[in-house]
Design a protein. Sequence first.
Length: 157
Amino acid sequence: MTIRPQTLWRVPVFCAAASAVTFYLTIYLGRFFCVVETTGADGNTVISADPLRSALLNGALFVLVLLAGGLLAFRSMTRREIAVSAAIFAGIDLVLCLIQLLAPDLLLPLLFPVALIQNWTAAPTSALYHLTGHLPVSALVACLAPFLFVPFGKRSL
């Protein structure tokens, strides 16, 4: 069984685009959904982000991206093609994640572009961190999230 070359970059491009879209949706929808404003008895206003609401928003966006990719973008691809294509994005994401963990100041000038392409994995990172309590392991395992598209692929051409 061969892998069609035109499908190799489908998952990386989709994941990067979905990350950028979810990044901006998190910012703009988060203002209305996640931000809590309280006024104390002394008249001081405290503005904070509700972590539960933020996790729900990130989780909903993650599931929407997963379903959109699996049911719409990759339905013409085989499982093997999706796996190889997902490995490309996961490899890039793992390298970026390792650089951020081992040398955090190295990517500082590129913080915004890196955040744009890594935002989609925020929900699994957060969920794994709450389960394990170990951020580096959670972040590295969440880099494998593109492989969740594989079950949506066709068994063969």
